[in-house]
Design a protein around this ligand. Structure first.
Ligand SMILES: *Cc1c(COP(=O)(O)O)cnc(C)c1O
Length: 392
């Protein structure tokens, strides 16, 4: 039986008898799991029988979350981490060693860019970051040979789009492992494995969790790869805790509803801001004017809940407009049921200088606006009153 995304979001991963007949996933808030005798214990410890030994390695609440996300991504299996960055660094460190080459783009998430520029080179990894806008140059860099291709689409915060099918094919042609950070899209909007990627990963902190109250990360793919990444994680120790796993799996039950609403709200707001006199430019792949709109429409079911816009009047205008928003947390987060807004200088690209942001094409007049599930008419009225002072 194959189910749709709504059914999978609600039910997947719960196919084990639950504790004391509870209908909801229990929080196995325990370090270890006890056995009656050494033979039974050994059978589980060596993997001959299913079960759990110690929660740094596996935990039943965490396992429900892992199975649910794997099902949504149509992956064989998944392994969860304490944060999105733990998932990204754990995955890259599993796959890359001295002398290996990784090809990625200049617009990855700020923390990921730091891994590429600051930490992986220390391990002797050869990192090549190519301009996100230059598909030919990315393909050429891949064709020179590499062991990992690392992609992200849409990107943060300027919502650039990579042609995932084409770049995944280029990676596979040279035998590379192709990884996609699917945090912005979620599996409701985009399924990179079906586009040819080998691994798909998430900051579960964002849309998967959706309520801005739990950190987590997850990577999905075929068993042979995930087992290697799991092994790195169980030894290096950036494990997802059972309480966070409980919150995350509970939130995923409404993922499809939240994402549908956030897709609609974001598109409506992007169109509204596009015609607003105080707004210079709107960055949203759902707008026909987006340079990669056609590619986005081909690989995404919806265009996601994050947009960005630049305001006339630069950073000064941003500083005046943001505090006037009543229906937005000014905070370094995205993907929540509440709208969240902020400039890249304090959110996605806080680690970079203004000059570095400028060379990346991130204007200081930019606002990243992560649309919640509120009534869109209220959000538009709120934006209009806040932007009023910036109208020339
Ligand atoms: C937030 C984010 C991350 C990092 O996730 P954490 O859970 O904060 O570690 C990675 N990739 C993208 C696209 C993100 O938005």
């Amino acid at each position: 039986m194959t189910y749709g995304d709504g059914t999978i979001s609600v039910w997947a991963g719960e196919d084990h008898p639950l504790w004391e007949r509870s209908t909801q996933v229990p929080i196995a808030q325990t370090v270890s799991f006890g056995y009656r005798d050494v033979d039974e214990w050994t059978a589980v410890a060596v993997g001959r029988e299913p079960g759990h030994i110690y929660s740094r390695n596996t935990n039943p609440t965490v396992a429900v979350f892992e199975r649910r996300i794997a099902a949504l991504e149509r992956a064989e299996t998944a392994t969860a981490f304490a944060t999105g960055m733990a998932a990204i660094s754990g995955t890259l460190r599993t796959l890359l060693g001295p002398g290996d080459r990784v090809v990625s783009v200049t617009d990855t998430y700020g923390g990921t860019t730091k891994l590429f520029l600051e930490f992986l080179p220390r391990d002797g990894v050869d990192v090549e970051l190519v301009s996100t806008d230059d598909r030919d140059a990315i393909e050429a860099a891949i064709a020179e040979g590499c062991s990992v291709v690392y992609l992200e689409s849409p990107t943060n915060p300027t919502l650039k789009i990579l042609d995932l099918k084409r770049l995944a094919a280029a990676g596979r042609a040279v035998g590379a492992v192709v990884i996609v950070d699917n945090t912005f899209a979620t599996p409701i909007n985009q399924r990179p494995l079906e586009l040819g990627a080998d691994l798909v990963l998430h900051s579960a902190t964002k849309f998967l969790g959706g309520h801005a109250d739990a950190l987590g990360g997850v990577v999905c793919g075929r068993r042979e790869l995930i087992e290697q990444i799991f092994h790195y994680r169980e030894i290096n120790g950036a494990t997802l805790g059972p309480f966070a796993a409980y919150l995350l799996q509970r939130s995923v039950k409404t993922l499809h509803l939240r994402i549908e609403r956030q897709n609609q709200n974001a598109l409506t707001i992007a169109r509204h801001l596009d015609a607003h006199p105080a707004v210079e430019q709107v960055f949203y792949p759902g707008l026909e004017s987006h340079p990669r709109h056609e590619i986005a429409a081909g690989q995404m079911k919806g265009f996601g809940g994050v947009l960005a816009f630049s305001i006339r009047g630069g950073l000064d205008a941003v500083k005046q407009v943001l505090p006037r928003l009543e229906l937005a947390h000014l905070a370094a987060n995205l993907g929540a049921v509440e709208t969240v807004a902020g400039p890249p200088g304090t959110t996605s690209h806080v680690e970079m200088t203004a000059a570095e942001r400028a060379t990346m094409g991130i204007p200081e007049s930019l606002v990243r606006y992560s649309v919640g599930i509120e009534d869109v008419t209220d959000l538009i009225a709120d934006l209009d009153q806040a932007l009023d002072i910036a109208v020339p």
